[in-house]
Design a protein around this ligand. Structure first.
Ligand SMILES: O=c1ccn([C@H]2C[C@H](O)[C@@H](COP(=O)(O)OP(=O)(O)OP(=O)(O)O)O2)c(=O)[nH]1
Ligand SMILES: [Mg+2]
Length: 148
């Protein structure tokens, strides 16, 4: 996978350990996210993914658990043909505390996966299956909602 640094003063994103699925991405700017607020943040990189793969931008679990930092459209989709800067739509899900992000912080992770690219073919009927049209909890086993 090819990576171009649009912001050469940031380190090259790498896997923290060999075998890690995610490549950590850096914030290119400082920002403060008030509770419930979101902001698009640059990562200072552009990538060239192989055709037949997709880049997925996932939150980092440590920041999620410690601060409530997440990504609005998690996982973000990076199309193989996209050559612009990868940006991350961060959101502060903590109800009370602001989150301060400093340029150079690792804010998200990029995971590259193979993806099927089937042609879209319109049909009048679909084949029968055991599930049929049952969904949205039709198989049971879901939690019971309680008031308050
Ligand atoms: O978290 C993300 C998600 C997307 N992108 C870039 C790469 C992706 O290839 C492009 C388009 O993303 P998507 O298809 O999810 O957005 P859209 O709203 O459908 O835009 P478009 O009309 O450009 O496809 O935006 C990012 O940089 N970060
Ligand atoms: Mg799109």
């Amino acid at each position: 996978m090819r990576i171009r640094r649009l912001d050469p003063d940031l380190p090259l994103p790498v896997r923290a350990h060999p075998g890690d699925a995610g490549i950590d991405l850096y914030a290119a700017t400082d920002l403060v996210l008030a509770p419930g607020r979101r902001q698009l943040v640059g990562t200072g990189i552009a990538i060239g993914l192989p055709y037949g793969t997709v880049g997925l931008i996932h939150p980092r679990s440590g920041l999620a658990a410690r601060a409530g930092l997440s990504i609005v459209n998690a996982p973000g989709t990076i199309d193989a043909g996209y050559r612009g800067e990868i940006k991350v739509c961060l959101i502060n899900l903590d109800p009370e505390a602001p989150i301060t992000i400093t340029r150079g912080d690792r804010i998200a992770q990029l995971i590259v996966q193979r993806v099927e690219l089937p042609d879209v073919v319109e049909v009048d009927e679909l084949d029968d299956t055991e599930r049929g049209a049952g969904g949205y909890g039709s198989s049971g086993g879901h939690a019971i909602l309680t008031e308050g």
